[in-house]
Design a protein around this ligand. Structure first.
Ligand code: IPM
Ligand code: MN
Length: 345
């Protein structure tokens, strides 16, 4: 492919600042003959306050025309909790069927970790992105009374579980260690947990070279701290994946470097790439945000679109930058400039 038609959603808080750096590095890494077109969309708190809209059908139609989406961050304290999360982020993930939520964790040399020593950390979490407790299948009765009842039903379909499990096996097969861990809670969630386990074991038959194991999610949090090197690829449901990827980020350099992709592997809809961190309104506009997570998300975006060389170049640039990062704090812009210089040379 010799052009990229990118939708850019800076969003709220530090979103604009980090996305500017992501685009800077993207322009610097692309060969001359690849045409980059970008269109910016004004979603988030400002638009919500101005119009009451978060993401309309017309917006989805417009976004659908792009090859991929780069998102900064959505969320602001002036908007009630859940409005932008459900009305924008989850709506987009569901509408575009982003069932593979890909979240790599690599502890790069020179990067601080709260863990003892300098453990090897190089794994990727394949988090299911369209089902589980995220679907909004629930309700409340006797609201506001002492007997209020709230349910939040976890939705797990054989179709939805099998496709994400298959994706995770394919990823494990392609990696040197070829190891896949299913993380769930099948000793308690005996309906959903058994569906996941049965499908996992069935698909495993087709991948004899992939070593498999299973961990309950609570035990997985122990090993993420005591022995993260044991992980290669992890597949898990939407909510467990949300939780363990924050932990994974915390032990492998923090959310300043945690990247993610919301992927529709079929290409039926554009995939969306975003840093794992949020809009950090407390430091917005001060040039303090670390754009590295967004830059690494751009690498995932390029890899998804088939630009493997350029993706690897960005990852090498980030690794070199982090290895040489001194103790003097740099601005958002300075980090972006340094990375742009590295990928261009
Ligand atoms: C994330 C976020 C979202 C999630 C929220 C903001 C809806 O925490 O991308 O991990 O839970 O998926
Ligand atoms: Mn999260």
């Amino acid at each position: 492919s010799h052009s990229i038609n990118l939708a850019v959603i800076p969003g709220d808080g530090i979103g604009q600042e980090v996305v500017t750096q992501g685009l800077k590095v993207l322009s610097a890494v692309l060969p001359q003959d690849v045409k980059l077109e970008t269109k910016e969309y004004d979603f988030g708190a400002r638009r919500y306050h101005a119009t009451g809209e978060t993401l309309t059908d017309a917006d989805l139609d417009a976004l659908k025309q792009h090859d991929a989406i780069l998102l900064g961050a959505i969320g602001d304290p002036s908007v009630p909790s859940g409005v932008l999360e459900r009305g924008f982020l989850l709506k987009l993930r569901f509408a575009f069927d982003h069932h593979v939520n890909l979240r790599p964790s690599r502890l790069l040399p020179g990067v601080a970790t709260p863990l003892a020593g300098q453990p090897e950390i190089d794994f990727v979490v394949v988090r299911e992105g369209t089902e589980g407790p995220y679907t909004g299948n629930g309700g409340v009765i006797r609201k506001g009374t002492e007997h209020e009842v709230a349910t939040e039903v976890s939705v797990n379909t054989a179709f939805g579980v099998e496709r994400v499990v298959r994706d995770a096996f394919a990823r494990a097969q392609a990696r040197p260690r070829k190891k896949l861990t299913l993380v769930h809670k099948n000793n308690v969630l005996t309906f959903a947990g058994h569906l996941w386990t049965d499908i996992f074991n069935k698909v495993a038959q087709e991948y004899p070279e992939v070593t498999t194991d299973y961990l309950h999610v609570d035990a997985a949090t122990i090993f993420l701290v005591t022995d993260p090197a044991r992980f290669d690829v992890i597949v898990t449901d939407n909510l467990f994946g949300d939780i363990i990827t924050d932990l994974a980020a915390a032990v492998s350099g923090g959310i300043g470097v945690a990247a993610s992709g919301n992927i529709n592997p079929s290409g039926a809809y554009p995939s969306m790439f975003e840093p794992v961190h949020g809009s950090a309104p407390d430091i917005a506009g001060q040039g303090k945000a670390d754009p590295t997570a967004t830059v690494l998300s751009v690498a995932l975006l390029l890899r998804h679109l088939g630009f493997e060389t350029e993706a690897a170049r960005i990852e090498e640039a980030v690794a070199a930058d982090l290895a040489e990062r001194g103790t003097t704090p740099r601005t958002t812009d300075e980090i972006g400039d340094a990375l742009a210089v590295r990928v261009a040379s």
